[in-house]
Write a new protein. Structure first.
Length: 316
């Protein structure tokens, strides 16, 4: 870009040192290292005790590969001390760590958010909803609901809640419940849902804010689109939500008004994934609004720098 004779270059640059605090899965060690290094960052990893030896072995291999390639092996470091005190110290390393990314359950993410003085990118927790609109086609809705819940129930983009418009609840809810039960899902319901399907497990107040990560789904009957949107914005973790409808105007209204990172019309929430979005691998799904939102690939592990070159210009 040229302005006032200045050459202005808009360039993406690394965040710097990325700290990642994660729980059991050792694949995060390899995935996070690949993404942070490819985007020009260094990484400090602090995994859980369940995979401590796997993490040590993976990091040793990665550091050997860095050395062999002529790169500093300390671009990848592993915190081997598993104590909470060391994790807390890591959260306060302002000036040494540029950003923290927690990967794990709701408890871990909440602890990092509450404790850290280093900037945090919130990822992961997914209390995701599917809303069955008054014009929904059951032949479309049932496979989507089943896929979103059962295809991989332990992940953050699995659907946890089903909202059904009261205009179609009598007709569609029994079939939707049957489709879920075919896959072994325990279905819980509010009073209006249990008036239609009497053997649903009664849902409690806690259910509506719970990410199950299991073959469990809670169902609520709502009056209309407005109530569905209001309910989702109040109870979701702002990850992924979907509407099933034939009315695309209502679908677009849902997309515009629901305050989540990914909002679908007539598709499963399970598509919220870096590879499905064409980003390749991802560091996580950001559920906040700054500095990135949704699947975080290489571009989201960078920030912006403006490089300006002149030939003597001064501001008048």
């Amino acid at each position: 870009v040229s302005c006032a004779g200045l050459e202005i270059i808009h360039r993406r640059v690394p965040l710097g040192v990325v700290g990642i605090i994660f729980e059991a899965r050792p694949n995060v060690t390899a995935d996070a290292t690949a993404l942070t290094l490819k985007s020009g960052n260094a990484v400090i990893l602090r995994g859980g005790k369940e995979a401590a030896r796997s993490n040590q072995a993976i990091v040793a291999c990665l550091q050997a590969a860095l050395t062999e390639s002529g790169l500093p092996k300390d671009a990848v470091q592993l915190v081997e001390d598993q104590s909470h005190a060391v994790a807390t110290e890591m959260m306060h390393l302002t000036g040494y760590i540029d950003v923290l990314i927690p990967r794990g359950g709701k408890g871990l993410i909440a602890r990092v958010l509450e404790t850290a003085t280093v900037p945090v990118i919130e990822t992961g927790a997914g209390n995701c909803h599917i809303y069955i609109d008054q014009s929904a086609d059951l032949a479309v809705a049932a496979p989507i609901v089943a896929n979103a819940k059962v295809q991989r129930p332990s992940v953050c983009n699995a659907a946890e809640k089903l909202l059904v418009n009261q205009a179609v609840a009598e007709e569609q809810l029994p079939s939707l419940v049957a489709a879920l039960r075919e896959h072994g899902v325990e279905v819980r319901g509010d009073e209006r849902a249990r008036a239609i399907v009497s053997d649903l497990v009664p849902a409690t107040d806690a259910d509506w804010d719970t990410e199950y990560n299991d073959l469990i789904m809670a169902v609520k009957v709502v009056d209309d689109l407005d109530e569905a949107i209001q309910w989702i914005n109040q109870h979701s973790t702002h990850h992924s939500e979907a509407i099933i409808t034939k009315d695309m105007e209502r679908g677009r209204a849902f997309q515009q008004r629901v305050d989540s990172a990914c909002v679908y019309v007539n598709a499963s929430t399970r598509f919220t994934d870096g590879s499905e979005f064409g980003f390749g691998a991802e560091i996580g799904i950001s559920t906040q609004k700054l500095h990135a939102r949704g699947p975080m690939g290489l571009a989201q592990l960078t920030t912006i720098k403006y490089q300006i070159t002149g030939d003597g210009q001064i501001r008048q």
